[in-house]
Design a protein around this ligand. Structure first.
Ligand SMILES: CC(C)(COP(=O)(O)OP(=O)(O)OC[C@H]1O[C@@H](n2cnc3c(N)ncnc32)[C@H](O)[C@@H]1OP(=O)(O)O)[C@@H](O)C(=O)NCCC(=O)NCCS
Length: 251
């Protein structure tokens, strides 16, 4: 096991650059998700505002990160109020929090591990680091709109059904939900419009390398549900479902 230390983006410009590179490498072909309204308008700004909340897991020998975790403090008022908007909501809520409104919860936005470093437990380690950060900052909980990785293999299965699937050991079928549950997270339920991208058909043709000449529901590599194309309006809409997971943080 390499010698791993946790640093933040706030520590130096080089760390910001490396963190961006790790995030891009991990998300790779899913770059269209950068075009939800919240992502496009607010995400980069939030990473700057809360640079000391953005964690990098650095391999000390190589002097370079192997994983990053992004999160923001927000005011949440309990899990009952968690909306179907998921990821976009966390970003908007954190970006528009009034100075008078105290943050009570850590909102997790992404854990990114490039393909060559996966299945080494780094992502689970980053979940633990997020919980430790929430505790240090006096926040009482952590909420995460979790992207169920293997849902991409079952784009036409309803998210409500998918999250009930289990493996032969009775654990969640989805490995990323499994990692959250193994870390003490509680599955609250789906957030069906977690990341919504609505863009011209040309945008979707660029990203997917597919042609869309008729309106309809199209399966797209990596997408968790089909992309809905409306040729009359010349638009395509992708509404990605995620899963709310919540954690209580020790006082
Ligand atoms: C989702 C993602 C972060 C998961 O990364 P990961 O490294 O595969 O995840 P984990 O650390 O949870 O480990 C997963 C598996 O490795 C196993 N593992 C854990 N520690 C291990 C170790 N030391 N050695 C070998 N395997 C280990 C885990 O047990 C788990 O397998 P299991 O569930 O069958 O038991 C990664 O796939 C990724 O970056 N994907 C793209 C971006 C993304 O979707 N991020 C999530 C957004 S919310």
């Amino acid at each position: 096991m390499p010698n791993l230390v946790v640093r933040t983006r706030a520590e130096c410009p080089e760390m910001k650059k490396a963190a961006n590179a790790i995030e891009q490498a991990a998300w790779n072909d899913l770059g269209y998700l950068n075009y939800t309204r919240a992502h496009y308008a607010m995400y980069a700004g939030l990473l700057e505002t809360y640079a000391d909340y953005q964690l990098c897991l650095v391999d000390e020998e190589r002097g370079y990160p192997v994983a990053v975790a992004n999160c923001v403090p927000l005011s949440c008022r309990g899990i009952d109020g968690l909306p179907p908007e998921g990821w976009d909501w966390v970003v908007e809520r954190a970006a528009t929090r009034a100075p008078s409104e105290d943050a009570d919860t850590l909102g997790a936005l992404a854990i990114s591990v490039p393909a060559i470093y996966r299945e080494k437990g780094y992502a689970r380690l980053m979940i633990r680091e997020l919980l430790a950060l929430a505790e240090r900052r006096g926040l009482k909980g952590l909420v995460a709109p979790v992207r169920p990785s293997l849902k991409a293999r079952h784009p036409r299965v309803a998210i409500e059904d998918y999250i009930t699937w289990t493996d032969e050991r009775g654990r969640s079928y989805d490995p990323w939900i499994r990692s959250h549950v193994a870390s003490g997270g509680r599955v609250i339920g789906p957030c069906v419009r977690s990341m919504v991208v609505e863009e011209p058909v040309g945008f979707w043709e660029n990203w997917t390398k597919q042609r869309f000449e008729q309106s309809g529901s199209y399966e797209v590599a990596g997408a968790l549900v089909p992309l809905e194309i409306d040729i009359e309006r010349k638009r395509g809409r992708y509404a990605e479902p995620n899963v709310w997971v919540s954690y209580a943080v020790a006082a």
